[in-house]
Design a protein around this ligand. Sequence first.
Ligand code: 13P
Length: 250
Amino acid sequence: MRRKLVAGNWKMNGSAESIRGLLEGIKAGAAEVAAVELAVFPPFVYLELVEQQLSGTAIAWGTQNLSEHASGAYTGEVAGPMLQDFHCAYVIVGHSERRTLYGESDEMVARKFAAARKVGVKPILCVGETLEERDQGVTESVVERQLKAVLDLEGIEAFNDAVIAYEPVWAIGTGRTATPQQAQDVHAFIRAKLAEQNPTVAAETRILYGGSMKAANSGELMAMADIDGGLIGGASLDAKDFLAIARSGC
Ligand code: 13P
């Protein structure tokens, strides 16, 4: 049985003050949605604050990115062992904003996935097609290529300690959500690809949906057979909205 995961990707938003308030709100309502696992992903500089606020609670935390390297002369980067220092449970790798705005290739994303696993931090691997790719009918081949880079480097067993997030780029921050069936089709495709290599791992791997998920659509999305939670951007910045999404997955 796959426990649903509702994860808040805060992106480059928030301040020390707003984050304290947001976490207070989430903590206050977390017990009601205990059937679902909650996780939050602050900007790096607020990691210590988040750890202080969430230690001893059932809410997990992590970061939105990490370096593929473990240490060294990489100005501005943050390494896996540093995430381990702050007890991150998860780290997002290969978010489409990293792929498109910062030129992260499939191979680099795979190396980041490996760097996370090396320090015992579970990667949340983001995959997804652009609108152009969907219109060209190549959604499956794009997602397969993104997945394959990680499978080739790390092997299927690596997904015992990883999560996948399907985030169609055209649905991110646009208010345009994939329909439950559109999302389910891609989730089922991803699971089938994993199953070709190991059906047990495929059956246990959580696949989250991301892209304009909000309380108004999260229930029907999470009711689909292969949708195991959400990776939430905008709606995760409001405790009430974030908890309402989690409630719809209970
Ligand atoms: P929105 O929920 O703001 O569309 O963002 C989704 C996302 O990119 C989460 O990683």
